[in-house]
Design a protein. Sequence first.
Length: 483
Amino acid sequence: MLLSVAAVLLLFSCTSGENPAIQVLLTNKGLQYGKHAGTDWIQRILEFVTLPDFSGQVPLIHLFNIDFTLTGTKIKKCDLPEPSTEFYPDSTGFKTSLSGLSVALSGQWSTDLRAWHDSGTFDMAVFGVNVTSVVKLGKDAGGHLSVTSVSCDAQVGHVDVSFRGGTRWTFWPFVKKFRRMIRSQIEIGICPYVKQLIGNLEQHLQAMNVSFDVDQALTLDLALTSLPVVNVSSLNLGLKGEFYSIKTHAEPPFEAQSFTVPEQQGYMFSLGLSDFTVNSALYGYYSDGVFQTCITDSMIPPGFPLHLNTSLMGPYIPQLPKMFPGLLMNLHVYATEFPVFSFHPDAVNLGFQGAVEAFAIQPNATRTPLFKLSVVSNFSSKVWIAGETVKGSVSMDKLTLTLVGSDVGTFKTDALEEVARIGVEMVLAKVNETLGEGIPLPRMIYAQLVNSVLKVQEGFVVLFSDVEVLTDRGFSLHTNRAV
Ligand SMILES: *[C@@H]1O[C@H](CO)[C@@H](O)[C@H](O)[C@H]1NC(C)=O
Ligand SMILES: *[C@@H]1O[C@H](CO)[C@@H](O)[C@H](O)[C@H]1NC(C)=O
Ligand SMILES: *[C@@H]1O[C@H](CO)[C@@H](O)[C@H](O)[C@H]1NC(C)=O
Ligand SMILES: *[C@@H]1O[C@H](CO)[C@@H](O)[C@H](O)[C@H]1NC(C)=O
Ligand SMILES: *[C@@H]1O[C@H](CO)[C@@H](O)[C@H](O)[C@H]1NC(C)=O
Ligand SMILES: *[C@@H]1O[C@H](CO)[C@@H](O)[C@H](O)[C@H]1NC(C)=O
Ligand SMILES: *[C@@H]1O[C@H](CO)[C@@H](O)[C@H](O)[C@H]1NC(C)=O
């Protein structure tokens, strides 16, 4: 029993070595921009931070201790130097060093020496704070990105405190001791605080959804498929990138192939998307039964050379007007195989295989089957980015109709094929028009993509892009920092 469970687990662990269908590669340019944006953001929020209360004891001539507490400590001014951040392959993460941070604080102090209570206000300046933090990136069982603190090191240069108020004699002789004490307490306190911040970030990451419903039919799985990969020049995240039908959640009968996203240090990031992602969406729609439609005569434009009326079908199926005169017809068009996208250098191909079933509609509304055709068609398209929109064009490479069943006797399909081609071209012209106008690149709340380039490669498409943090959303990147 145990053995078979182990065997099943082993089987699962083997099959879970799946290839990521989406890869995100962050370059050093992106890391530096992110750090810069983060520093500005921290600089801004620091002004609203109230530090935790702080208490300690200073021994007084080895006899008594003075208990002191600092409360309501606010940051008055903070000169936050830009830290240095680098990819740190040793710990699969980042190393961030902050050097020369200075902070001006103010708050209230109080001391207790036995029954003597004393209090007042203080101003404090903390100079030359250095912090070095190394974090490790990982992946949890649910496919979330995880971040943990590997090491942290903090030094404080020196601390100046000036106390006001109170009957000074209680602490006046011991200000030097307070300073030393406060300095070492701050030094000791920095790393736990940094770890707490990283812990908060980790909680956010754990709470994030790794799967999103994109519409009523499909959900997109973006769980990490493997541990993040970090080298000196980039961070690479491999995501599952698979669409599922919400209804069936069926696995498609094909797998993601491995691919390598080229690293382009001139852009902040590269995003590679395998044709598997697109095909899993098509498969999801297909298994959900989306690829089917019913064409009625009223949908056909007046000037079109074909009308769904048996009396007018003579040019295509000579016997039909005699067998069923004067009846309207319906065409049921559906996919018989899931449509397949394939990415090739600078071209995207789509193959569609389907069927058309034709019915005559009797006066009593009964549908009488007439014939069934199989459809094989291929389209090719080009996609590119112009400004902030994705543009494209599409053209038809092939369309063949074959008679696969008939209740009205056999007939040649050439003429129908010709008219179907005209019909598809008309639809494509509309699609072309829409693609020519372009579809805007997705915009996030706080950032947008700029300088984007799209390249179609064998089996995948890659987007090279920069990101611009929006300055009208609460923080700007290029203001001079207050000193
Ligand atoms: C902080 O770092 C700077 C530059 O790396 C160095 O000169 C300074 O001595 C450091 N301060 C402390 C308190 O270690
Ligand atoms: C996460 O997904 C669940 C279920 O799909 C949804 O209810 C929830 O709102 C999502 N949370 C976020 C933060 O998007
Ligand atoms: C880092 O990894 C990327 C792929 O993830 C690769 O393209 C690049 O050449 C690597 N850089 C170095 C310096 O090894
Ligand atoms: C079908 O076409 C014939 C010939 O033009 C016309 O007489 C007939 O009314 C049409 N039938 C329908 C239902 O429109
Ligand atoms: C048409 O698409 C199918 C995939 O559905 C592909 O196998 C075939 O090679 C394509 N044919 C042409 C002519 O592009
Ligand atoms: C509808 O009309 C057709 C042809 O006249 C006939 O064969 C069929 O039995 C009728 N169906 C119903 C339900 O009346
Ligand atoms: C769509 O546009 C492309 C390029 O502009 C063109 O080659 C193609 O024939 C057009 N297709 C249709 C159906 O209009």
